[in-house]
Design a protein around this ligand. Structure first.
Ligand code: NAG
Ligand code: NAG
Ligand code: NAG
Ligand code: NAG
Length: 374
């Protein structure tokens, strides 16, 4: 008995010492991690682990058919890739189980967190309205979870749990991408200027973050917008210019990311205890898209699954136009699984950078530091 105890104490002290030497310009006090802290996931198809399986929508907004899921799960789960996505890896690194989709039937234990993300969803109500779970609705689901936790654990303990949790977001890409598909006007974001449109997206994200803060949330992780104008699904859209990026979307991604960082910085100053981690997805994905071999891939711009040039036509699984599609032999040779989404292997690389990457990729904290702070 005594030896077991001293061994435990030794391990705990070692962990404590390790947590103290994590180099950081991330504010906050490190403390001993006794219990698993929950992970709540919000946003779009980069994070959706199957919520869209349970809503009435189009096949184009779902991934619950072969070959999605072929690499890791061996069956389609609703994740928009061959295997695991970023929240799956983050959960693993945080020693949590896989975080289930909120709409999964029978789910009623939220102690480890839950995933509200919805493929095609955006911060704006209007983005793919009626086909997705938009961010405001995701917030309303979170409030139901908060209420259930309060009933189960009592107010104080629920609040402690929610304060220890990490809230992970990937949102905005569809707000900028959807008008390309649905709005055929010359100026995509008409009647708004680019800045006004970004202002609405950021305003709605800020609202959600503040509401979660009011319920006790303190630690927020954001994946910035990627190079949305340069992904396979987009570079096939401009007649006569197949293969070139859509400049207006590139601009919007930059304006958005800058505005998001500014808001997060302001919230950290204004809201006591608020901390965040921002992942530079734009640079990380662009580097792999442009120099795939440097990161162990054979193909950067062409997707593994789809049809047409760059397999950019969103027809993976044969549910789209023409039904015919191509599927590569080895998804891990590719950065993109389908025209819009990274492969499991690319997501694993991003997750490692988010979890423990230095401040060239993720700042002011990385996700490991967020989990580690009180
Ligand atoms: C979203 O749209 C609905 C109507 O469809 C409206 O009632 C609601 O207030 C809107 N929410 C926001 C945040 O704009
Ligand atoms: C798209 O185009 C219509 C006009 O056809 C316009 O009313 C709408 O506001 C536009 N903008 C967006 C962002 O959907
Ligand atoms: C949220 O988005 C709606 C459009 O969907 C917009 O009218 C509203 O002003 C935005 N809210 C904020 C706080 O920016
Ligand atoms: C960030 O990148 C620069 C240039 O690539 C490099 O010199 C620097 O050491 C990196 N910073 C860290 C903290 O690794």
């Amino acid at each position: 008995m005594a030896t077991i105890r001293s061994c435990c104490i030794f391990v705990l002290l070692a962990l404590y010492a390790a947590s103290l030497v994590i180099p950081s310009n991330c504010l906050g006090h490190f403390f001993l991690q006794k219990e698993h802290k929950p992970l709540f996931v919000f946003g779009d198809s980069l994070f959706d682990a199957g919520n869209n399986n349970y809503i009435n929508t189009l096949k184009a907004e779902q991934a619950n058919f072969w070959p999605y899921g072929e690499t890791y799960f061996g069956y389609p789960t609703g994740r928009y890739t061959d295997g695991r996505q970023i929240p799956d890896f983050i959960a693993e690194y945080a020693k949590l189980p896989l975080i289930p989709p909120y709409l999964q039937p029978g789910l009623n234990n939220y102690i480890y967190g839950v995933n509200f993300a919805s493929g095609g969803g955006g911060a704006l109500n209007e983005t793919s309205q009626g086909l997705v779970i938009d961010l405001q609705t995701q917030l309303s689901y979170f409030k139901k979870v908060e209420k259930q936790l309060r009933q189960k654990l009592g107010y104080a303990q629920a609040k402690t749990l929610l304060s220890s949790a990490v809230y992970l977001f990937s949102v905005g890409s569809n707000d900028y991408g959807a008008p390309v598909t649905f709005n055929k006007t010359k100026d995509l974001f008409e009647p708004y200027s680019q800045e006004e449109y970004v202002g609405m997206v950021i305003g709605n994200i800020t609202h959600v973050v503040k509401e979660i803060y009011m319920k006790g949330g303190r630690k927020f992780g954001f994946v910035g917008i990627g190079p949305i104008g340069c992904i396979p699904a987009l570079i096939v859209l401009q007649p006569g210019k197949i293969g070139s990026c859509l400049d207006e979307l590139t601009q919007m991604a930059h304006i958005h990311n800058k505005a998001l960082l500014k808001v997060l910085h302001t919230l950290q100053i204004k809201l006591k205890g608020f901390r965040y981690s921002y992942f530079d997805f734009y640079t990380s994905l662009s580097e792999r898209l442009n120099n795939p071999t440097k990161y162990g891939f054979k193909e950067g711009k062409k997707a593994c699954c789809g049809s047409g040039p760059y397999r950019g036509i969103n027809n993976c699984g044969g549910k789209g136009p023409g039904k015919e599609y191509e599927l590569c032999d080895n998804p891990s040779d590719y950065v993109f699984f389908d025209g819009n989404h990274p492969t499991e292997r690319a997501s694993q690389q991003f997750s490692k950078l988010m979890w423990s990457g230095n401040s060239n990729f993720t700042w002011p904290c990385n996700i490991q530091e967020l989990f580690g702070t009180l």
